[in-house]
Design a protein around this ligand. Structure first.
Ligand code: ADP
Ligand code: MG
Length: 167
């Protein structure tokens, strides 16, 4: 199920199970470009890391995809593109983002996927896309919101791709 949006600034869908979350991650992988930032919002257990796992698998990453909860960032280099997967859940203060030197990861040759961006408050670089997970037991609902021109290009492709897939 999806809700296309005329100006392509939002995209919503229902994810009935874990496979659907990973599958959406795979679809998103083909749309992201170096330099883009994606925020992954949602409570613990919502499916944020599952989406990243699907996304990296689509990029032909074969090793494990671990939650960065303790490491703050997990690094993947695939076809000369850097994929940085962050998780700021354990921050006690937003300034820990700066203290850990994380700002320098947000570069033009890197795609940054960020869990718990709110914990870094205003220090987290602004996103191109925000992916919001809500529990809709037994599945999840997902809203994708564009926050930049590049993000809007992605959403347009998502809306069109989903329509093509449905026909
Ligand atoms: P987060 O990173 O948001 O804390 P995880 O990706 O670690 O969450 O997922 C937590 C659990 O939710 C996993 O057991 C995963 O299998 C499950 N899950 C992921 N997507 C869905 C879905 N669409 N429906 C039901 N369960 C899901
Ligand atoms: Mg996680």
């Amino acid at each position: 199920m999806h809700s296309p949006d005329d100006n392509h600034s939002t995209f919503s869908l229902h994810l009935p199970d874990e496979t659907a979350t990973a599958s959406f991650g795979r679809q998103l992988a083909s749309l992201l470009r170096p330099g883009m930032v994606v925020w992954l919002d949602g409570d613990l257990g919502a499916g944020k890391t599952t989406l990243v796992r699907g996304l990296l698998r689509a990029c032909n990453h074969v090793g494990p995809v671990r939650s960065p909860t303790y490491t703050l960032v997990e690094i993947y280099v695939i076809s000369r593109i850097y994929w940085y997967h962050f998780d700021f859940y354990r921050f006690n203060f937003p300034e820990e983002f700066l203290d850990a030197g994380l700002a320098e990861y947000f570069r033009d040759d890197a795609v940054c996927l960020v869990e718990w961006p709110d914990k870094a408050a205003e220090h987290a670089p602004p996103p191109d896309l925000v992916v919001r997970f809500e529990f809709a037991e037994p599945g999840r609902t997902l809203d994708v919101v564009a926050r930049s021109e590049e993000g809007r290009t992605c959403l347009k492709a998502l809306n069109c791709g989903w329509q093509d897939a449905a026909t």
